[in-house]
Design a protein around this ligand. Structure first.
Ligand code: NAD
Length: 494
């Protein structure tokens, strides 16, 4: 990777950004815009259209029209596959440009952004391009005089609401399977990370996706997101973000057309280290990476570190040492380990968690403060608390920032009880040399994803989804396709 090219791209002026409706860039119906503030320096980077309810309704109507006339679903699978591959090619060709634009908008460190954003998005789109002509219907094992057929149909119009932490990766997790199955989509990027995703939407059109099949509206969740949720013409809503918004989307669905709602929400994922871990130093390195990368703004972040009592002090000291060696700062420098917090609001919330943890009696081992304030950007030290009780706020509420809470445990049973004592169930890990213990923990810890002797990094071949209040449904893998198809029975008398 080339720092010189990154530094050249970071100086580019960013033109104002409009909606994408029916293949055209369109301003908000009332002409309103909103500022995009860069978390790198707190300065206005550009503006985006501040969408109105009318804009969202226009995008949905366009998507409905595109679906009904079958301009996309009606194309031969090979043709759709070609468009999606061409889109992935274009994302790869523009990878650095997309990554730098995204980092200027959301603050992720560039090394991670390149892999996790355009890199992952292109791979996801290719995966579903390859999958689309391998999804067959079924013939039911009926009696002789009937034929029972099960067709797999696109659902129609998909509404996709995306968060700010990994807009391209998470966007592709929704767009890839939705478009592969022949649906039309209306996309709603997050207020604080829309630029790279909107650019990726442009590239879909350059790749030959027919106008109207993929529409995107920027603006406030409470306005355009709500209008999408309440629409009578959106068939499926797919969402990644907070539990608060997830609840609202379920209410919107109940108040409108009872659309299907799939939620990928937050977590409070336990990273459980036993004294018999095969390599405690590696476990410490990965524990630090698993919570501090992208300044902790990762849905599966290992934000609760459960450490067996006999190794607790030495292990925590090692994680703290690693945390202190991680360079916080300019996310566009290849030397940075921890980039910016996405917004001033998010930074303030993180610091409030620090205050609460201290007030509740946890011990601050390292970090806890804002740094590099003179840059105008939103930076925070990697922060570790010990003595976090299982009931403490820091053990129960998702921070979504670089804050790790450590809790000791004595036995396997106690580790399981602590691990399962939250409303969440997204991810977790166990570090042990015992094969039997590893399998017992996989079974007993209530999560959608369990890691053994590693943390994070699961590729697109496996599903990601939570249990409990971490959500429902799955992104990634062939299982994700289920969200974007309807089963239709044909019962034929012979
Ligand atoms: P958020 O819920 O505030 O926003 C997410 C999206 O929802 C944004 O696009 C926003 O504009 C939109 N939105 C907000 N209010 C809305 C409303 N009333 N109606 C419709 N849409 C609305 O969450 P966030 O702050 O952007 O993201 C952080 C949260 O997302 C964290 O809790 C994190 O754990 C979670 N997250 C989960 C995963 C996962 O895969 N499970 C991945 C990333 C982030």
């Amino acid at each position: 990777m080339d720092q010189v090219r990154i530094d050249a791209l970071r100086k580019n002026a960013v033109p104002r950004r409009l909606h994408m409706i029916n293949g055209r860039h369109v301003a908000a119906s009332d002409g309103a815009t909103m500022d995009v503030v860069s978390p790198l320096d707190g300065q206005v980077l550009t503006t985006v259209a501040r969408g109105t309810v009318a804009d969202m309704q226009a995008a949905i109507a366009t998507a409905r029209q595109a679906f009904e006339d079958r301009r996309w679903a009606g194309q031969p699978p090979a043709a759709r596959k070609k468009v999606l591959h061409r889109w992935a090619d274009l994302i790869e060709a523009h990878a650095l440009e997309l990554a730098v634009l995204g980092v200027r908008d959301n603050g992720t460190e560039i090394g991670m952004a390149l892999k996790a954003e355009p890199g992952s998005a292109a791979a996801t789109i290719r995966y579903y391009a390859e999958a689309l002509d391998k999804v067959y219907g079924e013939i039911a094992p009926t009696q002789d005089d009937v034929l029972g057929m099960i067709h797999k149909e696109p659902v129609g119009v998909v509404g996709a609401i995306i968060p700010w932490n990994f807009p391209l990766m998470i966007g592709a997790w929704k767009l890839g399977p939705a478009l592969a199955m022949g649906n039309s989509v209306v996309l709603k990027p997050a207020e604080t990370a829309s630029l790279s995703l909107m650019r990726m939407v442009d590239l879909a059109h350059e790749a030959g996706l027919p106008d109207g099949v993929l529409n995107a509206i920027t603006g406030e969740g409470a306005v355009v997101g709500e209008a999408m949720g309440l629409s009578m013409d959106v068939d499926v809503l797919v969402f990644t973000g907070s539990g608060t918004t997830g609840r609202r989307l379920m209410e919107y669905a109940a108040r409108s057309n009872m659309k299907r709602v799939y939620l990928e929400l937050g977590g409070k994922s336990p990273n459980i280290v036993f004294a018999d871990a095969p390599n405690l130093d590696e476990a410490a390195q990965v524990a630090a990476q698993g919570i501090f990368r992208n300044a902790g703004q990762v849905c599966v972040a290992g934000s609760r570190l459960l450490v067996q009592a006999d190794i607790h002090d030495a292990f925590v000291a090692r994680v703290a040492e690693i945390a202190e060696s991680m360079r916080v700062g300019d996310p566009l420098s290849l030397e940075t380990a921890i980039g910016a917090v996405n917004s001033e609001t998010q930074l303030r919330q993180n610091l409030e968690f620090v205050q609460t943890a201290t007030a509740e009696g946890a011990e601050l081992v390292t970090g806890g403060s804002r740094v590099l304030q003179e840059t105008g950007g939103y930076f925070m030290q990697p922060t570790i608390f010990t003595g976090v009780t299982p009931q403490a706020t820091l053990a129960q509420k998702e921070v979504f920032g670089p804050v790790l809470g450590v809790t000791p445990f004595a036995s396997e049973d106690e580790a399981v009880n602590i691990a399962n004592a939250t409303v969440y169930g997204l991810a977790g890990a166990v570090w042990t040399s015992s094969l039997s213990r590893a399998h017992r923990m996989i079974r007993r810890v209530r999560t959608g994803v369990m890691h053994v002797n590693t943390y994070g990094g699961a590729d697109g071949t496996v599903p990601l989804g939570g249990v409990g209040q971490s959500g429902n449904g799955h992104d990634k893998s062939l299982h994700a396709l289920e969200k974007y198809i309807n089963l239709k029975t044909a019962w034929i008398k012979l």
